[in-house]
Design a protein around this ligand. Structure first.
Ligand SMILES: [Zn+2]
Length: 84
């Protein structure tokens, strides 16, 4: 069962699809709020979001590899990421 928000939340990667349910302040019943592109492509919206997150993660990894001595924690994080 999808969670119904009392008010429109700020967009978060935790909301899997571009669609979320928000309780209407007028009639009290849940309505759908869409956070994706104007073409209403749910899958495309999620992929675009995940691609942006992936690019951010790669930027963090790239900055860690460039540093001369990466911390042991960073190396462990890289190992875990590779296993997926
Ligand atoms: Zn309403």
């Amino acid at each position: 069962m999808p969670h119904v928000f009392a008010s429109k939340p700020r967009f978060c990667v935790g909301f899997k699809p571009g669609l979320i349910r928000v309780r209407c302040p007028k009639c009290g019943t849940p309505h759908f709020e869409y956070f994706g592109p104007a073409d209403r492509d749910e899958v495309g919206a999620e992929l675009a979001l995940l691609r942006a997150e992936l690019a951010r993660a790669f930027a963090i990894l790239a900055s860690q590899t460039r540093s001369p001595k990466p911390s042991p924690g960073a190396a462990a994080r890289r190992k875990r990421a590779r296993r997926r």
